[in-house]
Ligand binder design. Sequence first.
Ligand SMILES: Nc1ncnc2c1ncn2[C@@H]1O[C@H](COP(=O)(O)OP(=O)(O)O)[C@@H](O)[C@H]1O
Ligand SMILES: [Mg+2]
Length: 441
Amino acid sequence: MTDNKAISRETLESMLKAINMGVLLVDQDYTVLFSNHFMSINSGKPAETLIGHTLFEAFPELPERWVRQKINSVFTLQNFAFTSWQQRPHLFNFCSTRPISGSVKHMYQNCTFFPVQDADGGSLGVGLAISDATDTAARQLDLTRLNELLEEEKSAQARLITRLEEAQAQLLQSEKMAAIGQLAAGVAHEINNPIGFVSSNVNSLRGYLNDLFTLIDAYEKACDGPYRPDHPELASLREKIDYNFLRQDINDLLLESADGLDRVNRIVKDLREFSHVDSSEWQLADLHKGLDSTLNVIWNEVKFKAQVIKYYGDIEPIECMGSQINQVFLNLIINASHAVGTAGEIIISSGREDDGVFIEIADNGHGIPLDIQNRIFEPFFTTKPVGMGSGLGLSLSYNIVVKHHGRLTVESEPDQGSRFRLWLPLRQPQVPAPSTFSVGN
Ligand SMILES: Nc1ncnc2c1ncn2[C@@H]1O[C@H](COP(=O)(O)OP(=O)(O)O)[C@@H](O)[C@H]1O
Ligand SMILES: [Mg+2]
């Protein structure tokens, strides 16, 4: 302190004048007692024109009521008060000293109000120390703007992802619809044949019944007349309608129709089994049943192209969504039938492995070139002509298998054939399935 005393009042005053922040001293009536260079340079008003005037005459831009309250409270409480650029960015209307970008025209300021005492320790007035916070503010504002941009971009991305997910769901749905369309065509074909002969049989039966009723009418008439053991009219009628043949044929037609209806019934049952219309829930399902019903519903597609050989192993029912697994079987078998040429062979085998079961669908078709083997599970990847393949079958299947915590792999040798291997756990683990949005193998 002794050293400080050595510094003259003039030195201190010139330091205050030169310092790179605004310094003002006002008395209780807000009259400016002192103002330094910083204030003059930034306001463009020499100190003489400021001193002796009230703060609000000198700086009309100040929010008078607020500043009065601030000064009063500092004066009364003899405590510091502070206002930052975030609260009041431009307390004094000063130009920006370092315009960083064209957007910062005004100086951002922090301002401290502090009590000033006279030499006797009495209250002299209130000092204002104004510091230039333009750099900090500009940086902060830039960051805020950047952050807003990032947030906007993030939500735009989120919106895009949602739209993509919706689009993917729609595409998968349309792939399913296409498969259903294909199935419907096959089923229509399969049902057409029995329906055809059953309705032709019904027509024949109607004719036969007419004949029979005519015969019965003749018998009734004969009953009313006098008794004649040998009735020539009845005998000729029996001959005309070929009664003995009619008896036999009615029997045959009924048997054949019953068989036809059975076939239709079986096809409908297979379809129900295939689509599990009764439930799309997790349930214990017999995969062999699923394979058989799938084969039955696409039989029309496969039977002219390939011989199907089954090597079913000993597997127990597994916990799965049956209709979805059938969809996988359908995609794999249809792909196999597309790949085989003449003398096609599709071998379906199954068995237990680790804590699950495997199903293999192998064909002796054209195989998959090595360079595209890791692309076949991608959505839209297809080597089939436009209109023939959507390229969604394997991606859809892969997603279903992942949802079941299973694996779908492929081995293929060009010109030799392909072997798709599906492994599924016996029971579903109690953890959420991995994300199925992006697909790969
Ligand atoms: N069994 C197979 N043999 C040969 N290539 C196959 C076989 N299965 C799939 N592929 C190839 O994988 C591609 C993608 O199959 P997929 O996703 O079912 O779409 P799509 O059948 O509509 O083309 C097919 O275009 C084909 O090139
Ligand atoms: Mg396919």
